[in-house]
Design a protein. Structure first.
Length: 160
């Protein structure tokens, strides 16, 4: 075969790597995926058993007739905004994907290098930010004005 020296070098490296793999496999070394290791499989079985025990103890929330979404371990009803997000997340993702393809690949109005806008969806772990109450703002303002008054008095005492 007539080829470029660079291609010949790449072919030789590939052949050497394949021989090395065959040699390691013949020595009995472990070439399994990490999910195929017995320790991982035992941990998975343990997690499944714990999950089924929780469902048996607390009841199967999937058999509930309610439209509400429940937290499995506490049986708390999630916020309606979170439930709406869970119900519509697939459609939201599909819409965002089609918008991305249309704007960047179809119309080419937006460059591929532009960042994708973050979706601010209501999730289980993210809670609404509470606005400070009027009382808290007033207390903070009074503390600041008290500090300025003390500084002013201390400056007046230095001049005399």
């Amino acid at each position: 075969m007539v080829c470029d020296p660079e291609i010949a070098r790449a072919v030789n490296e590939f052949e050497l790597s394949q021989e090395l793999i065959k040699h390691e496999q013949s020595n009995g070394s472990d070439v399994r995926q990490h999910e195929q290791v017995e320790r991982k499989q035992k941990a998975f079985v343990k997690q499944v058993i714990a999950f089924t025990a929780t469902i048996e103890k607390m009841g199967n929330s999937f058999l509930e007739e309610s439209e509400d979404i429940l937290v499995l371990d506490t049986r708390d009803i999630v916020d309606p905004k979170v439930a709406n997000t869970v119900r519509n997340i697939e459609q939201i993702g599909n819409d965002k994907y089609h918008e991305y393809v249309r704007e960047r690949l179809g119309k080419r109005t937006t460059p591929l290098s532009d960042p994708i806008k973050q979706n601010k969806l209501h999730l289980f772990s993210r809670q609404e930010l509470r606005s400070d109450s009027n009382e808290k703002r007033q207390i903070s303002s009074l503390k600041q004005s008290s500090l300025f008054a003390k500084l002013y008095v201390s400056c007046q005492g230095r001049d005399s």
